[in-house]
Design a protein around this ligand. Sequence first.
Ligand SMILES: C[S@@+](CC[C@H](N)C(=O)[O-])C[C@H]1O[C@@H](n2cnc3c(N)ncnc32)[C@H](O)[C@@H]1O
Length: 226
Amino acid sequence: MSEYNKKTIDMYNLGGALEYIGNSNVDPEIEKWKKLFNYVKSVLPKDKNVKIIEFGSGCGQLAAMLQESGYDVVSTDAVDTFLEEQKRIGITQVKKYNFLADDFDKVFDSKADLIISWRNPHLDVDDMRKLFGVVYEGLNDEGLFIINFQNSEVHPEAEILPNGTKYNYKVLEDKQTKEKRFYAYFSKEDIEELRKDLFEIIEYHNEGGKEQKNWHVLTLKKIKRI
Ligand SMILES: C[S@@+](CC[C@H](N)C(=O)[O-])C[C@H]1O[C@@H](n2cnc3c(N)ncnc32)[C@H](O)[C@@H]1O
């Protein structure tokens, strides 16, 4: 795991998580969660007989909605404060899990039909490659992976790491976060590189911001090993 991801987790552990929870309680963004919930539902089979694991669930809003609607869902995070918040809002299956450091098979008792990694922009290219490998191994055959990435097209000011990651290390202007955070940005070509040989694209769109292109959103399907 990169020093950037480690620093981000340290930042969340040292008060950033409480600040994040505070911000999301002030601005619950209910419509955004409903939209995401409907998107997730739209790619899943109708019978709800699927095992879902969410990576980096943060406050747990999406997992709570999926649980409420009858899905078998586990919410996770690497940061205790977020796990406490997930339990506080009533999620019954909560697990501490760092997807870049922990062993999937030791934490979860079975593979998943759907893994979600939503709004986790704190990963450089190498972390992202690792995440894709972990998700591939953690899914049942033909399992689905929902992920979003910040779009490099709307961040021409980004700097570039030696491994090619486009990024900023900054304080968010709209939320006035106290500590700097690492934000990585990806192009469609970067995503192609990450998913080829592992996943096929089931759905792709852009959303967010004035021009609706702040984020790449994808549903991917695991390609069976030959
Ligand atoms: C920007 S927050 C998003 C939280 C939630 N998915 C949402 O959309 O509100 C990023 C989350 O990813 C978690 N995270 C970052 N790196 C992680 C890692 N390596 N393993 C597990 N969780 C991680 C953070 O602790 C944080 O909860």
